[in-house]
Write a protein that binds this ligand. Sequence first.
Ligand SMILES: C[S@@+](CC[C@H](N)C(=O)[O-])C[C@H]1O[C@@H](n2cnc3c(N)ncnc32)[C@H](O)[C@@H]1O
Ligand SMILES: [Zn+2]
Length: 248
Amino acid sequence: MNQHTPDLLRCPIEPRHCLILDGGMKTSGHVQDGTLSCGKCASRCVIQSGIPRLLTTHDSAISDIKHREMTSRDRSYRDRKATKFTLRNGELSELDAFSQGIGDCRGLDAVDVGCGIGEMTRVLHRAARVAALDFSFGALLNFNAPLQAPELIQADACRLPLVDASFDVAMSSRVLEHIPTADLRSAFIGQVDRVLKPGGRLVLSVYNWDLGRQKMRILNEGFHESRIFYTVTMSTNCGPTCSGTWTS
Ligand SMILES: C[S@@+](CC[C@H](N)C(=O)[O-])C[C@H]1O[C@@H](n2cnc3c(N)ncnc32)[C@H](O)[C@@H]1O
Ligand SMILES: [Zn+2]
């Protein structure tokens, strides 16, 4: 963690509270291990392997379903490294779609919410500052996108411990569909909205419940074999929570 990262971080219990870096070993401006304490409440979070761990254990918003997903993701990311393809020759069309949606991010501050090991975060490689956030610590330990000094943060996307209006661009690929309730999905969008600067841009992908899937009677909500929750979205359903351009 960069020694200036605490300027970007907030208490995971109440994002109006600032965090203070207590001690910790600093080497060339990098903090590898230490503690972040809230200036106003009793919350204390550790920095481990250079990653601030801003999940609160007594947080009821981290439901059983989320805990199960965190454990499952930790396991699946344990021995994986992000595949190495270049943007120009990218094989994933989703990568190209994100790249186009985000546009030229030179000089901008960006955040990837639910970054996994960074397979999609690489589209932010021109941004001035990149925060990459996931609730799987295993994912962050294996984060491997070609970016200059990304700020890796362990946190819940539905409770972003980040300063208001601090990013020009937010991206989130294949995450919202795993948030287990409609209220939490609204919280997710609300939190991203809060940390974006006015006029900031969110580029988001979700599972699409297309006609083919409806005809095949694939359920619009359920659990994958890994027991990870999923829900699917129709673009017509996106109106009440947010506005913007939706393509499927
Ligand atoms: C399907 S993976 C996608 C990873 C990455 N965005 C990509 O496109 O390669 C979903 C990711 O979202 C993360 N995730 C799910 N729910 C989350 C939450 N509430 N807070 C933070 N991360 C979450 C998971 O740990 C996982 O890394
Ligand atoms: Zn606090």
